[in-house]
Write a protein that binds this ligand. Structure first.
Ligand SMILES: Nc1ncnc2c1ncn2[C@@H]1O[C@H](COP(=O)(O)OP(=O)(O)OP(=O)(O)O)[C@@H](O)[C@H]1O
Ligand SMILES: C[C@@](O)(CCO)CC(=O)[O-]
Length: 410
């Protein structure tokens, strides 16, 4: 056993090493301001969601890797010998493995040489990218059975790919002993890692996520790793915002699925065709994010206070401007327009969140809305076939659970 392995669970009496099982989860996110613009060096503001992806990893005696992704309808297995024969430990740093060098081998070893890459293949490539990265640093890769469960809807802008990559990266780094036991207690029998190890998780998971997105800003993975509500800019360290105001949002899923990869291309084409106007729009979005961050953190620190009607009106108008820019980029959808109309009848400005083209809309809830108003609003949105949440924002990032989370119990 290498140093730093997680607490082992008792193994079979004749087993040569103690095998461990563990559960990891990572949150999805809502981007409040700055999606797409963040890929062009502009500021974004996002919050971790209380909807998470859960990974169960059980080490096994058999020299095999089993992967069960029920949400994608995949059950698959590979021989571990194949990995260990092709990849020997030769690196002693913890830099994220370079994608160009790893991805071809990941496709070969996972048995997927097909040019037509489906969602499920991308998830498998992520696993193999991580396995090759770990095997390049240690031969201590056990046989394992991995199962992923998801509270987050997939492909609707809530960061399922970021949470998947963050959770899986953490599980593979833990099982190969490349990161130690988490040392920071969170709450409810959960713990997380020191900043040094979270930074390693984030770097590996960000590269892994670009396998899915093509080009990823790393925002989703940063939220899944560190949690909280944060201000983010490419190539700058993520800044956790100490919010002085309690934020309540309504989150509406149009149930129109789309690929972030395609939406990023649409915006890129818009920016290439309309260089001058796009430049100003991106700068505008940057200012909106900075103004929102200033509003969220203004005033005395301490326990967050109920947000004032003036602050909510201000954030609401920032949402309206950001949403108009996103629609001009070409990532709107008629179902999102229908959601906005329902929200507008209660005086709320809905803004799409995530890559757009479908997916989710959110709005800041005004303090004067009664419980009855919110119930009515929910039923009007349900009537146009939408899912509605009143999520809590800013919870923990990636954590280890000390007991099996509920999603694995049924
Ligand atoms: N539960 C899961 N099991 C396996 N793979 C998953 C799971 N959730 C997400 N993924 C991977 O992430 C991909 C979805 O990524 P995509 O970026 O299109 O959507 P999203 O992350 O939900 O939205 P956004 O990036 O806009 O927030 C899936 O195709 C799959 O490869
Ligand atoms: C559209 C985008 O800005 C957000 C996707 O959740 C892409 C990215 O940041 O990688």
């Amino acid at each position: 056993m290498p140093p730093n392995r997680l607490d082992a669970v008792p193994s079979a009496p004749d087993s040569p090493v103690a095998l461990q099982s563990f559960y990891i989860s990572a949150p999805g996110k809502i981007i409040l301001f700055g999606e797409h613009a963040v890929l062009y060096q502009k500021t974004a503001i996002a919050g971790a969601l209380d909807l998470r992806i859960y990974i169960s990893l059980e080490e096994i005696q058999e020299r095999k890797i089993y992967l069960d992704l029920p949400e994608l309808g995949l059950v698959n297995e590979w021989s571990l010998k194949k990995l260990l024969a092709d990849v020997q430990p030769h690196l002693d740093d913890m830099d994220a493995p370079a994608l160009d060098e790893t991805i071809q081998l990941a496709r070969k070893l996972s048995g997927d040489d097909n040019d037509d890459i489906a969602a499920v293949d991308l998830a498998i490539h992520v696993l193999w990218y991580l396995l090759i990265g770990a095997a390049s640093r240690t031969s201590n890769i056990p046989g394992m059975r991995i199962k992923v469960r998801c509270e987050l809807p997939i492909r609707v802008g809530l960061g399922s790919s970021g949470a998947f990559c963050t959770g899986l990266t953490t599980a593979i780094l833990c099982t190969s002993g490349l990161i130690p036991q988490p040392s920071v207690s969170v709450s409810d029998g959960r713990s997380t890692w020191s900043e040094k190890h979270l930074n390693i998780i984030r770097e590996w998971a960000s590269v892994a996520e670009s396998i899915i997105h093509g080009r990823a800003s790393g925002l989703d993975v940063a939220m899944s790793t560190y949690g909280g509500i944060a201000k983010y800019k490419l190539q700058k360290h993520i800044e956790n915002l100490k919010c002085t105001q309690n934020l309540s949002v309504i989150l509406v899923n149009s149930k129109i699925e789309r690929s972030t990869f395609k939406m990023v291309k649409i915006v890129q084409e818009f920016c290439e065709k309309n260089t001058f106007a796009a430049g100003h729009m991106l700068d505008t979005i940057d200012s909106l994010s900075l103004e929102a961050a200033a509003k969220l953190t203004q005033g005395a620190s301490g326990d967050a206070k109920s947000i004032s009607p003036d602050s909510i009106n201000f954030l609401d108008s920032l949402c309206q401007i950001n949403d108009a820019c996103l629609n001009s980029f070409g990532v709107g959808h008629s179902k999102l327009d229908a959601i906005r109309s329902v929200l507008a009848r209660r005086g709320l400005h809905g803004k799409l969140t995530g890559a757009g083209g479908g997916g989710c809309v959110f709005a800041f809830l005004k303090p004067d809305l009664s419980t009855e108003d919110i119930t009515l609003l929910k039923s009007e949105l349900n009537a146009i076939d939408c899912e509605v949440w009143l999520p809590s924002l800013g919870g923990p990032g990636v954590v280890l659970h000390d007991t099996a989370p509920g999603v694995f119990l049924n």
